[in-house]
Ligand binder design. Sequence first.
Ligand code: SF4
Length: 512
Amino acid sequence: MENDNSFEQNREGKTLRFKAIERKQLLLRPIDVEKLVSEQHPVRAIWVLVDQLDVAAFYSDLGAFEGEAGRPPWDPKVLISLWIYAYKDGISSAREITRRCEYHPAYQWLTGMEVVNYHTLADFRVQHQPALDRLFIEVLGVLSHQGLITLKRVMHDGTKIKAWAADKSFRRQATLESHLKEAQKQVEAMGNPHLEQLSQRVAQARKRALREKKERLEAALKELEQLKATASKTTANEQGEKEKKKEPRASTTDAQARVMLGAKGAYGPAYNIQISTDAEAKIIVGVGVTQCSSDAGELPAAVERIGTNLGQKPEQLVVDAAYPTHEAIAAMADKGIDLIGPLPGRKKPSWDVLQRHGVSREFYPEAFCYDPQSDVYRCPGEKLLRFETEERKPGWVHRRYRARLTDCRSCPFQAQCCPNTKKGRSLVRMEKTAELLAFEAKMQTEEAQKIYKQRAGVAEFPNAWIKEKFGLRHFRLRGTTKVTSEVLWACLTYNICQWIRLCWKPHRLAEP
Ligand code: SF4
């Protein structure tokens, strides 16, 4: 057949020559498995490190012994190394690891050219949560021993990672209950004779899918109960009548996911990941997963995690504006931790109570004059309000002052100032606690501002690495426990990558 490119292949009357490609041939090549990867290849570093660690907890459920029948299982060290290498490569799918075992030299080197079944990999990733926690701590021990962790300065930050659920999977109670009824009917109908005509495999698959759907709906209803309990508490305490009208919804796909505001300003199902990073070498020293969208209130748990992982608390904690609430400042001062972060915003005083009691605008607290010398207030009717009680709240002391009942009863302004009082008009003076004053003074110093400027470079580095390099922009698993496993694998991999970068020295391979 005439070649279309004949005008290119013939030049000056001669025909050009090319390397012949022969695809219909069988080759038998010897493979030196040890030489599949170079001496400096990071997969060797991962294997060397994992081989040195105490991973006994991963072996506890193995029951295959020498001399007994049955197929031997994979060594957990191989599976750990496979997952770490895969996360490093940005792979978080068990099926993809199985595919790579068939052709990728690094995976082949780890498995000795064998292919690991994806079910084995997927189960291994989530079935060893306590052992994985232990492994994370073991690696921190190695990094600490090598001087990469000092806990002198820890930067803490949170990041939202999308849950494996669609925005539209969130349903209210009535919808969930009707879907559950439907699913129950379908499960009961599984004995239907027409299904018996299906192959056993298809029938089993359908049965499993329906059972899982029913379980997910039940889980969503259970979560809804919890959400309602939390919402009713919040409503009563903080948010007032308006919030009562909001009916909570739960996802039918991942019941434990929550709708959160993401970094790009869009709401969606997600989990809030809290990461503490040691500033010395940007090592992650603590990681937690929360269903709470807000970062406020997460610091005490973060400090506890660091303590559990490394046996001591950080000397200094640097955080962004979401964390330094009055409660957090008081809690960190109690623990002796030097907190660095922006000053907490001050809530505008609410005059709702005064309005409800029929107090006129002219008799709101700003109309009363405080005399610091004698610690009394003077009211618009020229009477004194004396100190009565004080209540300590995080960051603030609430001091109550009260006028004498006889003064108010005989006052011409009583109808506007305290229409229904039984004790005499009172008002509350809010004074900052010593801890809050000290925090404010510290944050005005140049040194504290200089430290705070380092925050983003350290705290946001692992977040960005995990999302960009490891591709963990959304979870592959559902539920807080499994999602925590996914995050732990990613953070463990991140720390090992830091160890490879800063400490690992490859050994020369012995010549055969
Ligand atoms: S009602 Fe009592 S507190 Fe109010 S102005 Fe009169 S005396 Fe003062």
